[in-house]
Design a binder for this molecule. Structure first.
Ligand code: SAH
Length: 255
């Protein structure tokens, strides 16, 4: 029985300098690459390295195809943007293994972490994730919108800074507006909101605005939004975006 290998690699947010050397080495060592095609486009592959590009909505099918090839003895790499364990392929591969044939459990599996979007955005703004925070995907493709609303409300009431992934898409134009409305019910109007678009890429835009002024039109699919807590501070700077940070010590503010 050939024993292949499956490596799930996080490419980071887009800046090649933010890809880890471990990820680069895993890419150099693999023969077959599975992933959403814009992520595969980021790789500079050798001619003998093969691409198996697919659409973004086909995560489980892609995971199964990659596992089947690794079970045949292939050196397979599945790529994700950012970190593969954050709203990405590593969970899809685990799910496929759990549901799949027993031999998939003996595939040599490795998950290589990457810099996830919220960390890239947070670093550009200062230290908004300096205290307790959570990450929520606003996509209701894979979970009901009521669950998302419940989690946003609970996180706001508990005083977490929140990072929103997948804030909008063409199929879901209204959700971010609804999420912001919900936040305005639970948090003060001056809580800072960071819209971090395409962090680490040439078209990066980082914008800091108050919750009162935040609007859904400020985000697209390439945006990660960080919503501060009542503890989060804003330091204005001449000719630059303000510095945003959440202090290490809890001062007792509450929503
Ligand atoms: N695994 C990825 C997240 C995939 S979900 C990671 O760890 O970053 C896709 C969402 O990630 C996008 O809708 C957006 O919210 C966010 N995202 C990915 N790359 C980004 C970047 N360079 N800048 C800002 N947000 C980004």
């Amino acid at each position: 029985m050939p024993t292949g290998a499956l490596t799930i690699v996080g490419l980071g947010p887009g800046n090649p300098d933010q890809m880890t050397p471990e990820a680069a080495a895993a890419i150099a060592a693999a023969e077959h690459f599975f992933g959403y095609f814009p992520y595969l486009d980021r790789l500079s592959l050798r001619p003998e390295q093969r691409r198996h590009a697919s659409d973004n909505r086909e995560e489980l099918a892609r995971a199964k195809a990659a596992l089947a090839m690794a079970a045949q003895g292939g050196k397979v790499c599945v790529v994700s943007g950012g970190d593969p364990g954050v709203f990405a392929m590593a969970a899809a591969v685990c799910e496929a293994i759990e549901e799949g044939p027993p031999e998939w459990r003996s595939i040599n599996l490795e998950v290589i972490p990457g810099v996830t979007a919220m960390l890239a955005v947070a670093a550009k703004a200062g230290a908004p994730l300096g205290h307790d925070f959570c990450a929520i995907s606003l996509s209701n493709n894979l979970k009901p919108w009521e669950v998302i609303e419940k989690r946003i409300t609970a996180a706001a009431q508990a005083g977490f800074v929140m990072a929103f992934y997948n804030p909008v898409s063409k199929a879901r134009p209204h959700q971010l507006g609804e999420a912001l409305e919900l936040l305005r019910r639970h948090l003060p109007a001056d809580v800072p909101v960071i819209f971090g678009r395409a962090a680490g890429r040439p078209d990066e835009v980082i914008r800091v605005i108050s919750l009162a002024e935040a609007a859904s039109g400020m985000a697209d699919m390439a945006t990660c939004i960080i919503v501060g807590s009542v503890e989060t501070r804003v330091i204005p700077r001449e000719g630059d975006e303000p510095l945003v940070y959440s202090p290490r010590s809890y001062k007792g503010g509450s929503a």
